[in-house]
Design a protein around this ligand. Structure first.
Ligand code: MG
Length: 280
């Protein structure tokens, strides 16, 4: 049997103390720290976070770093506003990623994670070579600090993600695999996508959801086990391909509803993981 290493995505915007207290009180030994606000990347905050992790015995498994400014999570404005793809904001956001890498160093965390955005499906698209070059620069920045640079799945197909990783050509590029995102964006079946990028997976978001029902809006997130991810098969497939990293629950709901969703998801996840045996 495997010991389930579970975790929770927790947001610094909720307050550093509250964010880590939530992880502790809900009984998670690991977390991914998330923020879209680079003003959190200070020495004082790093010290505070490390102290709380020590008190609560929590391990941070990645720093999930977003970006300030306009971001629209849909198929219409998304390509021009999400991630590092848009030219208008790319340099500013790449600089923020470097600050995130510096902050991760202070937290003794060995990876940062972000959405790259709607990477061109066509590799001869004029945007693509410059994007790859900027991503390689970021990957090298992280590599020099002993870190992985991880792609959060979502806006790109698994093949496009694979090609981009190959074209960056550095050995410290990984994937934080959010199977639900692949469905919410209509990009892939979550389980099948592991056949394409599974070997690069270094982190997992345990989440569920439905496919889009129109051409403009993402699909809807659901409770774990009620969407199209096929969570039992998703988890067993991860184990079968050798994944031994944390299983990190992510819930986009808010407040009390989110707490109840997380508790339900955790019970479901622990039950599924406790029934899995590594397949050699
Ligand atoms: Mg996610």
């Amino acid at each position: 049997m495997i010991a389930p290493l579970i975790g929770l995505v927790t947001k610094l915007e909720e307050g550093i103390g509250s964010a880590l207290q939530k992880v502790h009180e809900l009984g998670f030994p690991t977390c991914q720290i998330s923020t879209y606000d680079p003003s959190y990347f200070t020495d004082t905050n790093a010290t505070k976070i490390l102290e709380l992790c020590d008190i609560y015995n929590i391990q941070i498994t990645t720093l999930w770093a977003g970006w300030p400014g306009k971001v629209v999570w849909d198929f219409i404005e998304g390509p021009a506003t999400v991630g590092l793809v848009p030219i208008a904001t790319r340099q500013e956001r790449c600089e923020i990623m470097k600050h995130a890498s510096d902050f991760a160093t202070k937290l003794h965390v060995d990876s940062i994670t972000t959405h790259i955005g709607f990477i061109p499906e066509n590799p001869t698209d004029p945007l693509y070579p410059g994007l790859v070059s900027d991503l390689r620069d970021l990957a090298l920045y992280c590599k020099n600090r002993g870190q992985f640079f991880c792609f959060e799945t979502g806006q790109e197909t698994p093949v496009t993600l694979l090609r981009t990783i190959e074209d960056i050509g550095e050995d410290n590029v990984g994937v934080n695999f959010d199977g639900a995102n692949l469905i919410l964006y209509g990009k892939a079946n979550a389980v099948d996508a592991l056949s394409i990028v599974g070997r690069y997976v270094r982190g997992v978001h345990v989440k569920d959801g439905l496919y889009p029902t129109d051409g403009r809006d993402l699909g809807r997130e659901t409770n774990l086990g009620e969407g199209k991810v096929n969570v039992p098969l998703f988890l067993s497939t991860l184990i079968s391909i050798g994944y031994r990293g944390p299983f990190t629950i992510e819930r986009e709901t808010m407040g009390l509803e989110q707490l109840e969703d997380i508790k339900r998801s955790k019970d479901y996840l622990v039950k599924l993981l406790s029934g899995l045996t590594p397949i050699h």
